[in-house]
Design a protein. Structure first.
Ligand code: PRP
Ligand code: URA
Length: 208
C-alpha cells in the first residue's frame, strides 16, 4: 500500500507555519502558533474517527445527532511533541495521552529511547502521533513501531515540517500510516536539521 502524505494548504495553517519558521517569533508566539496549527491539522487527521448515531432533545423536538464511537489517543514524542498537545486537546478534551521519550544521537542521528508510557487498550483507539519535526524519520519510525507493538492499529502521524527523506523512511517502514504536515522541505543539513525548516523545535518551544 503506498503511503499517504497530506500537506495542508489551509491559509491559517500556512500563516502559522510562517510564524514558526520565522526566527524572530518569541517562544510564547511559537507555542501559540504550534498549538493552533496542530488543532487545524488535527481536524483533518481525525476525519476517519468512528461515529454512531444518537438523538438529542432540542428545545422543540428530538434531533438526529452524532456521537464519537471510538476513543482518541494522543501520543507526544518528547520533547517537542508536547507543544502540539494543547491545540489537539481543545478539539478532543477527553483524549487519552501517551508519551514517548526519544532523543537523537548527535553522531549517528539514530533515536535513543529513554521513556515510554502509553494508555492501555490502544487496539480500538484512534491514535495521533505528535512530533513537529520529521527529519531523517528515525524518531517517528521508532515511535510508530513502539505504538504498534502496544497494539495500535489506526494511526495518523501529525507533524509541522516534514523532509522528503523523512516521509520516504516512514512510508517505507509504515505504509499504513498517513502523514499530515504543514510543510514539506527538500533537504537536511549535515547535522540532520531540516532546511529551511524552523531550527530546533524543542529549544524554540522551551527556550532552552
Ligand atoms: C527532534 C524532533 C523529533 C526528531 C526528528 O527531537 O522533535 O523527535 O528530532 O528527527 P529525526 O526525524 O531525524 O529522528 P530531538 O531529538 O531534537 O529531541 P527534543 O525534542 O527533546 O529536542
Ligand atoms: N529536530 C528539530 O527540532 N529540528 C530539525 O530540523 C530536525 C530535528
Amino acid at each position: 500500500m503506498p503511503g499517504r502524505l497530506i500537506v495542508s494548504d489551509h491559509p491559517l495553517v500556512q500563516e502559522k507555519l510562517a510564524l514558526l519558521r520565522d526566527r524572530r517569533t518569541t517562544p510564547a508566539g511559537f507555542r501559540c502558533a504550534m498549538e493552533t496549527a496542530s488543532a487545524l491539522m488535527g481536524c483533518e487527521a481525525l476525519r476517519g474517527l468512528r461515529t454512531k448515531v444518537r438523538s438529542v432533545p432540542t428545545p422543540l423536538k428530538r434531533a438526529r445527532a452524532v456521537a464519537l464511537d471510538q476513543s482518541i489517543t494522543l501520543v507526544a514524542v518528547l520533547r517537542a511533541g508536547l507543544g502540539m498537545l494543547g491545540g489537539l486537546l481543545d478539539l478532543a478534551p477527553a483524549a487519552r495521552i501517551g508519551h514517548i521519550g526519544l532523543y537523537r544521537n548527535e553522531e549517528t542521528l539514530n533515536p535513543v529511547r529513554y521513556y515510554v508510557r502509553l494508555p492501555p487498550d490502544l487496539k480500538d483507539s484512534f491514535l495521533v502521533l505528535c512530533d513537529p519535526m520529521l527529519a531523517t524519520g528515525g524518531s517517528a519510525a521508532e515511535a510508530l513501531r513502539i505504538v504498534k507493538t502496544d497494539g495500535a492499529r489506526q494511526i495518523a502521524l501529525l507533524c509541522i515540517i516534514a523532509s522528503r527523506a523523512g516521509v520516504r523512511r516512514v512510508h517505507s517502514a509504515h505504509p499504513d500510516v498517513p502523514i499530515y504536515t504543514a510543510g514539506l522541505d527538500p533537504r537536511l543539513d549535515r547535522k540532520g536539521y531540516i532546511l529551511p525548516g524552523l531550527g530546533d523545535a524543542g529549544d524554540r518551544l522551551f527556550a532552552t
